[in-house]
Design a protein around this ligand. Structure first.
Ligand code: GTP
Length: 661
């Protein structure tokens, strides 16, 4: 098992997953809490806003009631003036005083009566200013005159007293419904208890109510400098008030001109169309909410932290089996444990994973065993083959080699790995085989022979190089198969030798005769010394065969060849051409006489009876002689000798004849 493979990842994944789960749970809890808080805040704002508006509506209704009540009161005073008294200012005073006393209230600053032209006719209280006053041009007087109905003035700063007042006016009509007098009752807005009462409704400690006309003139405001000022007189914009002037009623959140956020509520008075407004600074309104938010934030944070921690612990525990699976796999890889530890896992997906691993590794181990066995078999075969098997890389070094290298060169397989060819086979041999190797690296299978001494014994080896082609077409290395051809070569040589020797007689056969004659003729031409050729045939050999059998015939042939061999010079070559036909090449014969002498010697030698298994056999031979000439071809020389033989036969056999060209 290899140990160079990358190590298994450490337990970071478990830690990371647990941390991610913890952070997610923490974030989710915090998010849920904060969004719930946001919803609660919105709800609370609505509650506060609605509450403000309800209170304001109550106050407005209260003011309306008071205004209408007073208007009715003044109207009742005016219409209650007896007909004879309507322009009798003197008589009117005690009447009015009596009536006002009846009301039992001190709510009016003064009751003043103007005539139809607007001139002041009667004042129940003493006026601090000039006695001559005219009401023409005032909004309440003109409106009363015009509508002949009771009216409420816009808020006014009294020219007489400097008080902030409103005036309730009612017409006094004569029988012709003409306005003959206008009764007015002035009310000090701020002292009458009319605003004071509603100011008790101010929201919180920093909130307040304010009142303005439909046109935006401030009637009541805690900041006295703004009284009777238009709202626009203070720089800045209050969106709420702008909208209220445009007709909005209800509550909203807006930024005040001083820059702080507030809840504003607006309600119009029915009697005067004035706008009663409440401002409740958000800072105070939501102070409890802020505390609540802080508390909620901390408790949510705590809760989220606890939940996150819990998630962390749970995920850590859930992943523990995965950790143990990882540890088991690591132990298996380190050979500290067998794969069996994976089999008996939990009954869940991780256990499944372990069992799947086990199955996979069992299959792997099985195929590993099979591969090892097959490799062993192959190793056994290759190591016992009388063949060198190796793989040579591009650096001309052996990558591996079989045991034959050890047997032949004394280099073990372990020592061979990485060893250069030159070191194993010798520099010279290596130089001889490099060209063939290069061809193999070029992508071609190559076979060549090489002579290498193996354990001191010169051997002829045949090497075959097979390129190891890669998928990309390159050649990574070369498989080398080398076998010893020495014995084959020897046999081959023997065979070749055999092919040149006559098997029956052991002298040269026709083939060797042809080769020898060829070379002998060359030599004869170079030395200018002619050679002689004798063509021999055993006389009536058929008869010997016929009378003694073929075996005896063979014995005669063998003896004939032997006598021929011993009867000639070492430089001469006797050969059997076929059947009972023989030839002898006499090199450097010199003369015809010499040739005839030799032929005569042969004829003589063959007359001696042949000792055979069938007893002595008498035989003789006829010889045809020819001498080579410079321009005479081999075939012509042979034909000449044959022709001479024919002549010798014709002359009665047992003798020789010379070719007479
Ligand atoms: N025993 C034996 N006989 C052979 C062999 N080769 C050829 N013969 C026989 O040798 C005889 C040769 O006969 P020929 O050369 O035609 O005639 P011959 O009887 O020698 O007569 P002449 O040549 O006219 O003197 C034939 O009968 C062949 O069958 C052989 O290897 N062994």
């Amino acid at each position: 098992m290899t140990t160079s493979a990358p190590r298994l990842a450490s337990g970071n994944l478990k830690l990371r997953l647990a941390s991610v789960a913890a952070v997610l749970v923490f974030a989710a809890t915090l998010l849920v809490t904060l969004s719930t808080l946001a919803v609660a805040e919105r709800g609370m704002k609505a509650v506060i806003g609605d509450q403000q508006y309800t209170l304001l509506s109550g106050a407005a209704s209260f003011m309306d009631d008071r205004l209408v009540e007073r208007l009715a009161q003044v109207n009742a005073l005016a219409t209650g003036i007896p007909p004879g008294m309507r322009t009798d200012w003197q008589a009117m005073r005690p009447f009015l005083t009596g009536q006002v006393r009846l009301w039992g209230a001190d709510e009016y600053l003064n009751i003043v009566v103007f005539d139809g032209k607007g001139d002041l006719r009667l004042s129940l209280r003493e006026l601090p200013g000039p006695a001559a006053l005219n009401a023409r041009g005032t909004d309440y007087f003109e409106r009363t005159l015009e509508t002949r109905k009771a009216a409420i003035s816009r808020p006014i700063r009294s020219r007489l007293t400097g008080n902030h007042i409103v005036i309730f006016s009612a017409p006094v009509l004569d029988q012709t419904k003409k306005v003959v007098a206008v009764v007015t009752a002035s009310v000090d807005l701020r002292r009458s208890g009319f605003l004071r009462q509603i100011s008790n409704l101010k929201p919180g400690k920093t909130g307040y109510l304010f009142l303005m006309t439909a046109e935006g003139v401030i009637i009541d405001h805690p900041d006295e400098t703004r009284l009777f000022q238009h709202v626009g007189a203070t720089p800045g914009v209050n969106v709420g008030t702008e909208r209220a002037l445009a007709g909005f009623e209800g509550w909203l959140e807006a930024r005040s001109k001083d820059g702080s956020d507030s809840i504003y509520a607006y309600k119009r008075l029915r009697a005067t169309n004035w706008i009663l407004a409440a401002r409740f600074p958000t800072a105070e309104a939501f102070a409890p909410l802020d505390a609540m938010r802080r508390n909620a934030f901390f408790s949510a944070g705590g809760l989220a932290l606890a939940a996150g921690l819990l998630a962390w612990v749970l995920v850590f525990q859930l992943l523990a089996p995965l950790q143990s699976l990882r540890d088991n796999v690591a132990a298996i890889r380190a050979d500290d444990a067998g794969i069996e530890v994976l089999r008996d896992g939990r009954r869940d997906e991780i256990g499944e994973l372990g069992r799947a691993f086990h199955a996979l590794m069992a299959e792997r181990e099985q195929s590993e065993r099979e591969r090892a066995a097959s490799e062993k078999r192959l190793q056994l075969i290759t190591d016992n083959l009388p063949v060198l098997i190796s793989y040579i890389d591009r650096e001309h070094c052996f990558c591996f080699g079989n045991a034959t290298y050890d047997k032949w060169f004394g280099v073990t397989a372990a020592a061979l790995a990485g060893m250069p060819i030159a070191k194993v086979l010798g520099e010279e041999t290596a130089a001889d085989i490099y060209p063939y190797l290069e061809q193999a690296f070029g992508g071609h299978s190559v076979t060549h022979e090489v002579r290498i001494p193996v354990r001191g014994d010169p051997r002829i080896l045949q090497a075959t190089y097979i390129p190891d082609h890669q998928p990309d077409g390159s050649v990574a290395g070369v498989y080398s198969l080398v076998h010893d051809m020495t014995h084959v070569k020897e046999v081959e040589e023997q065979l070749q030798q055999l092919a040149r020797v006559d098997t029956l007689t052991g002298i040269a056969n026709r083939r060797m005769f042809g080769e020898t004659l060829h070379h002998a003729l060359d030599r004869a031409r170079r030395s200018s010394k002619p050679l002689g050729l004798a063509y021999l045939d055993i006389d009536h050999f058929k008869r010997i065969n016929d009378s003694h059998g073929h075996g005896v015939g063979d014995e005669v042939l063998k003896e004939f060849a032997r006598r021929l061999t011993v009867g000639v010079r070492a430089t001469d070559t006797p050969a059997r051409l076929s059947g009972d036909e023989f030839v002898v090449i006499f090199e450097e014969i010199g003369t015809r006489a010499e040739a005839e002498r030799l032929a005569g010697k042969i004829v003589e030698a063959m007359r001696v009876p042949f000792r055979t298994s069938a007893g002595l056999v008498q035989a003789s031979t006829s010889v045809g002689l020819a001498l080579s000439q410079p321009r005479l071809e081999q075939e012509q020389l042979l034909a000449a000798a044959d022709s001479a033989l024919y002549a010798a036969k014709g002359q009665g056999r047992d003798g020789f004849a010379f070719f007479e060209g």
